[in-house]
Design a protein around this ligand. Structure first.
Ligand SMILES: NC(=O)c1ccc[n+]([C@@H]2O[C@H](COP(=O)([O-])OP(=O)(O)OC[C@H]3O[C@@H](n4cnc5c(N)ncnc54)[C@H](OP(=O)(O)O)[C@@H]3O)[C@@H](O)[C@H]2O)c1
Length: 267
């Protein structure tokens, strides 16, 4: 496993995504992921699968301290008290005493209030780390904070390398994490990526994940297929040469495939 530095803490660079999994799917996929070695799990209140994730954690027999669990506040949370209530619900569904990382899922007009509520939970130890998702540099510049955001999870894959936001985050020591790192499977048919995969006798998914982690980006590939789950976890072992990295860098279109954080329509 490769690691990423989170304010001096070593965090697994490869975690496990759970978007669009039902509780039932999440229970079996997360258990499969934990059994093959993943220790970092990404969920969100909006995914409505925290219970399934919690059941998988319980079934794994792993201790809370051995894991790194992230969840995200949805856009309907708009006050400090709302943050406290939402986190209490997540902890109960997940069966955990504290969260490792709490993110604001998408920016809203209530960012400052919500962030103040998150800072309070961090101060009292209910949440170990606090961060953001889908925040552009200008959202971070505008945020009023006492505790600097530690993390930003954004759309990032070979066709949208999000260089502006990535550079901004890396310069400030904020962990950059890619959501939809495989472009929901769409990056795996690319002919450049397939050619690199053939060269190293690995799969296209391994090439994409290795590329992103080499760029210093944390990833959370999702899969419900145990073979894919295992293969993705091993991707950080692959070391791509500079010419292959350059070929994948050249695939960047600069265009996002999903919602624009400035006009996301979730609130
Ligand atoms: N913060 C946000 O707004 C936000 C937005 C989107 C996603 N996310 C997070 O990011 C995670 C990942 O993004 P995502 O779920 O959108 O998409 P993704 O991880 O880019 O792609 C998932 C798709 O790729 C396929 N896949 C995975 N590994 C594969 C492999 N080795 N070979 C072939 N196909 C493979 C999966 O199918 P199989 O199941 O068949 O393997 C699935 O259809 C989410 O689950 C979620 O935790 C966050």
């Amino acid at each position: 496993m490769k690691y990423i530095d989170l304010n001096g803490e070593k965090i697994d660079i490869i975690g496990f995504g759970t978007y669009k999994m039902t509780n039932r799917d999440a229970e079996s996929a997360v258990l499969s992921a934990l059994e093959c070695g993943y220790r970092r799990i990404d969920t969100a209140i909006m995914y409505e699968n925290e219970e399934g994730v919690g059941r998988a954690i319980k079934a794994s027999g792993l201790k809370e301290e051995e894991l790194f669990v992230t969840t995200k506040l949805w856009t309907d949370v708009n006050s400090r008290e709302g943050v406290r209530r939402a986190v209490a619900g997540s902890l109960e569904r997940l069966g955990l005493k504290r969260l490792d990382l709490l993110l604001i899922h998408w920016p809203t007009p209530f960012n400052d209030e919500v962030w103040a509520g998150m800072e309070a939970l961090k101060a009292e130890g209910t949440v170990r780390h606090i961060g953001l998702s889908n925040f552009l540099p200008h959202h971070i510049e505008e945020l009023k904070y006492s505790v600097k955001p530690e993390w930003d999870q954004t759309e990032l894959h070979p066709y949208f390398q999000n260089r502006g936001t990535l550079g901004y985050l890396q310069k400030r020591g904020i962990v950059a994490e890619a959501w939809s790192p495989l472009l929901r499977g769409g990056a795996l048919e690319d002919k450049t990526i397939k050619a690199v995969a053939e060269k190293y006798a690995v799969t296209p998914a391994a090439v994409v994940l290795s590329f992103l982690t080499k760029e210093g980006v944390a990833v959370i590939p999702k899969s419900t297929n145990p073979a894919h789950i295992a293969e993705n976890f091993r991707a950080a072992e692959l070391e791509l040469g500079e010419e292959d990295v350059a070929a994948i860098r050249a695939l960047d279109t600069g265009k996002r495939s999903f919602r624009d954080p400035d006009n996301h329509g979730f609130c």
